[in-house]
Design a protein around this ligand. Sequence first.
Ligand code: AMP
Length: 427
Amino acid sequence: MSFASLGLSAPILQAVAEQDYDTPTAIQAQAIPEVLNARDVMAAAQTGTGKTAAFVLPILELLSKGQAAKSNQVRALVLTPTRELAAQINDSVSTYGKHLPLRTAVVFGGVKINPQMMKLRKGVDILIATPGRLLDLYSKNAVKFSQLQILVLDEADRMLDMGFINDIQRVLKVLPQQRQNLMFSATFSDQIRKLAKGLVHNPVEISVDPRITTVETVEHWICPVDKKQKPALLAQLIIDNDWQQVLVFVRTRIGANRLTRHLETRGINATAIHGNKSQAVRTKALADFKKGSIQVLVATDIAARGLDIEQLPQVVNFDLPHVPEDYIHRIGRTGRAGLSGQAISLVSADEFKQLSEIERLIKQLLPRKLIAGFEPGHNLPESKLDRRPFKLKKPKKPGKTGQRAKKNPVAHKPQKNRKPRRKPTGH
Ligand code: AMP
């Protein structure tokens, strides 16, 4: 199958060809014709499947035909949970839309609102936004939706996890009823389906991989090690294997800072990204990492969510995630779109329960490798595969979600803990 056969026109096909994409990925092949047919879509797809182009390409196609956005108006709105993901989608829109005369903008919290208001003044065809900042802009009359044709909810599961449900509902209330809706989520829990009910109409359901499984091109294994030895082991692995570009996941921002300092003492060029760092610092760190001037990027889950770093060869879980699904999101950063990658988890005896949950979720035991000089004193018990089907956790109660969001703060705080907003005006 070719991109041309999907019904995309020359300026878009040219941009796709310039990216050296030969064939559409599964999600693209299924979603693009449906979106072009003006259908609502509910798609289960993880990052790394090519899902961004699956909605961006047909949206560009549809918007290239209609009337340009008028002052302060938006024709397609993409809601995303984090500013990094928003910036990344914006890059994709610019890349795929570079031969089209469409205007795009990205808005998120943590940076000045005025330049965003200026940008919106002329109207934008595609706006990528995190929910809270969008509502702020709406309450200032900086953005209007009477021309809105298409809404995309990206990473809907993560949005709910991060406590954005109220913000999303508020946004939905101010959008025109008549619109096309596209919803993307790695998983489709009951809570996501509930949200979808009030959102998508008679949707085409697409699932490129309905079960949660690990990306096949990733070779993943674990290193049993004592907790205290983890920083030294990581430094040694990086030095011995001459890893040039490593994304390291840690659970807490304090842990991220501490590990970064340790790596630096070993002469390894490392930077941490987490919610406590300013937007400018995070953006720069990511750009430096992408272009190879930072060797090791140490990140918390939320800071790293959805990051698209091309051809990332190496992912390390310095701590195992508490939520087993996050293991898949994390290793999804490597081996993307057919490239091979390696994911290594440093696992201490106290993480045995998390390890077992992950193995149950991915339905396989992770191979173990001991590294000479780092054999653990605290034994990591042998795992046995628990073959009971993995039940995705019930959606968290608001209080709990709040705690999690607090642990991994992002610049834009979920709406729920704030005072109710002034009722938006101007609609
Ligand atoms: P996503 O799942 O949207 O985060 O995309 C994952 C990666 O796949 C990105 O680096 C894209 O540039 C790449 N990609 C998207 N579509 C294709 C394609 N048809 N062929 C090859 N790579 C692709």
